[in-house]
Design a protein around this ligand. Sequence first.
Ligand SMILES: [Zn+2]
Ligand SMILES: [Zn+2]
Length: 270
Amino acid sequence: MIEKNYHTHTYRCKHAQGDCREYVTEALKAGCTTLGFSEHMPLPNDRWTHVHLEAHELQEYIDTVHRCRDENPDLEVLLGGECEYVKADHAYYEEVLLGEHRFDYLLGAPHWIPCGSDWVGYTHLERPKDLRYFADYCIDVIQSGLFSYIAHPDVFMVGYRTWDGSAAACARDIIEAAMACGVPLELNAYGLRKAEVFTFDEFHTAWYPYIGFWELASQLQAPMIIGSDAHAPEQLCDRVELCEEIVQRYGLDLHQELPYVKGKLPAGAC
Ligand SMILES: [Zn+2]
Ligand SMILES: [Zn+2]
């Protein structure tokens, strides 16, 4: 049983259910020692607020997580945020979220990818060229030094759907960048829930987590982490044991601690 989960949402992102207290109840019931909230963060220009917090909701989210932390001394409750990374807004993550609001950590997530002049959703990455954009984006996220891990780095397979040379090269470039910077890659339990994968033998039917990506991560021994990505309190531990089985079967380099937390950027981040 994984004791630390850093990937948890609440009703505020408009596509999840439940609030912090209910997740705390689940975490205590399951014997977790750390529960990190990682609600989808607002961006400076109010981009994608249909699935993110809106800027005016941020303070209430922060206050609610802090209240849960104060009410539960036996559980480490952390204030985190899952972010789309807009490179031009680097200062926002560093100075506003980690700085002014003192977030404990941020997760970098590729949901929209800058492909030339447009931001394209991960389900629409269909051409080899799109995978180049995806890899370059993930490498920027990794090298920014802002993010404690990369959420579902294999999600490009939902759009691309063919494990060919382009897909393997995309995976390898992301994995090597993560290894160079010591940033873990996330094996995401939500993908297994979406695909209704219940056993290791069914793992190959999921588009993410994608089997080819994790075989390569295992070969290269890249640092990785398991994230529940719970969008409802009862999902907190759902498919997490299956993720652990995947870790065991492939001999993945599982980390439980974030490489940096409490808003401290890593010394000499690459
Ligand atoms: Zn979400
Ligand atoms: Zn998430």
